[in-house]
Design a protein around this ligand. Structure first.
Ligand SMILES: [Zn+2]
Length: 182
């Protein structure tokens, strides 16, 4: 957020759009970048989202209380491996969110993504959903009977370091088969 340690200039402008979207979904997963001091990602992105500091605090203006079911999820706490995606760490291990979401008792037909930054966490998460869900273990498929047929990323609910990098990321995702809601 603007004023934070890793500011995305337009970060605050997407909040009203996200607030309107939240009540429309049965399950809302709220991810927290949750880095220990000296985390491996700080070389690339600078120090940000340090555990128990303002940088990792929930965004106050988000009306997440309106969510029917809210699942907070912490990522990036392995000191040596970053996790820009909500689902996978860069070392190839799972964050566990995949299983938490699929065992929530809420069959998932649409995965809809918002947040920052479009070209980093949003894109990496969206690409992992593309990879992971068609490969659901049979036991989970049987229990839920469905897997997402659509992955959406919202243009007005995401922001990046620049308008250009935002657009490039949206185009890359669209080409990969993700629906961009404009
Ligand atoms: Zn981070």
């Amino acid at each position: 957020m603007p004023g934070g340690p890793l500011p995305i200039e337009k970060g605050r402008q997407i909040i009203p759009y996200i607030n309107k979207l939240i009540p429309k979904f049965d399950l809302v997963i709220c991810t927290f970048d949750w880095h220990p001091k000296g985390h491996s990602s700080f070389g690339k992105y600078g120090e940000h989202c340090v555990q128990n500091t303002n940088g990792s605090a929930p965004v106050r203006e988000l009306d997440s209380v309106k969510a029917k079911c809210l699942l907070p999820w912490f990522k990036g706490f392995n000191p040596k491996a970053d996790s820009t995606s909500a689902f996978m760490c860069e070392n190839g291990t799972s964050t566990g969110l995949f299983y938490a979401a699929t065992s929530s008792g809420r069959p998932t037909k649409v995965v809809s993504l918002v947040g920052v930054a479009t070209g980093i966490c949003v894109k990496d998460t969206a690409m992992d959903v593309l990879d992971l869900f068609p490969n659901l273990p049979k036991s989970i498929m049987k229990a839920h009977g469905t897997f997402p047929t659509e992955i959406q990323v919202h243009d007005k609910g995401t922001a990046c370091l620049s308008d250009e990098s935002h657009e490039i990321a949206l185009e890359e995702m669209e080409q990969a088969g993700i629906t961009i809601i404009r």
